[in-house]
Write a protein that binds this ligand. Structure first.
Ligand code: HEM
Length: 221
């Protein structure tokens, strides 16, 4: 099938799976923001999520897993092909003014994968030491679990670093989506780049506010 073998087909698969994950990241931030309403806010939100019918929860998780696997698989393939098939990298770079974010998509992507594995072990499977007291209660006191975690400097630091990584990955990822779909040209390109950076910045600020306000003692348990 051309979609899986041609270069543009694989880029389209990466763009669509990337869009799906960006949608999740937006919805996840909106849900997580209920933490600023106190324990009642986040805990009620978590209870709503957990009370959804099992097929919906399972379907969502399987879809996310497929999206992540497809995105990583073709991301690695395209990176290898691009690096191998561009002998005159300097000439190309000089014309296109490659940014730090665009040059390092494979590395920011790899760091995000590590973060997601850690994040799931911590808040979904609850097997990391600081959340041991919250294991077994589903969803239980999600607010308490998050606040307990971000009182720890290293955990806050890991999350802040991961959010910078997410910002870098999205600044290039969003504009790359429009290019792949053929919705970009010289005229609209600067606007798309600015809007993509703004969306990535809003997500960064929204997410990083949670660990930072907890660590600073502004948001308390
Ligand atoms: C400050 C930042 C974040 C906080 C406080 C946070 C909080 C949480 C919490 C509490 C859960 C468990 C929900 C429950 O089981 O009731 C969760 C699950 C999850 N989070 Fe986050 N999250 C953050 C950032 C992110 C980011 C940036 C991503 C993706 C790049 C992400 C991806 C996920 C995924 C995939 C799940 C599992 C969803 C499921 O149960 O199916 N999170 N998060």
């Amino acid at each position: 099938m051309q979609l899986f073998t041609s270069s543009i087909g694989r880029k389209i698969l990466m763009a669509i799976t990337g869009l799906g994950m960006v949608m999740f990241v937006i919805v996840h931030l909106l849900g997580n923001s209920s933490i600023f309403a106190g324990p009642g806010g986040l805990n009620t939100y978590a209870e709503h999520l957990h009370s959804m019918p099992l097929p919906i929860i399972a379907g969502f998780r399987i879809a996310m897993l497929v999206f992540i696997c497809v995105h990583i698989w073709f991301g690695i393939q395209l990176t290898i092909e691009n690096r191998g098939g561009r002998p005159q990298q300097y000439a190309v770079k000089a014309c296109q003014k490659a940014s730090f974010a665009s040059e390092n998509m494979i590395w920011t992507g790899a760091l995000l994968l590590l973060f997601i594995v850690y994040h799931l072990l911590q808040f979904t499977f609850r097997v990391t030491p600081e959340v041991a007291g919250f294991a077994g209660q589903m969803p239980g006191n999600v607010f308490g679990m998050v606040v307990t975690s971000f009182k720890n400097f290293f955990i806050t630091f890991i999350y802040a670093g991961a959010m910078v990584t997410l910002f870098l990955h999205l600044t290039h990822g969003i504009q790359s989506f429009f290019q792949t779909m053929g919705w970009s040209n010289d005229c609209v390109q600067p606007g798309i780049t600015k809007t993509g950076t703004l969306v990535a910045l809003i997500l960064f600020l929204g997410y990083v506010a949670i660990p930072l306000t907890i660590f600073a003692g502004i948001l308390k348990g």
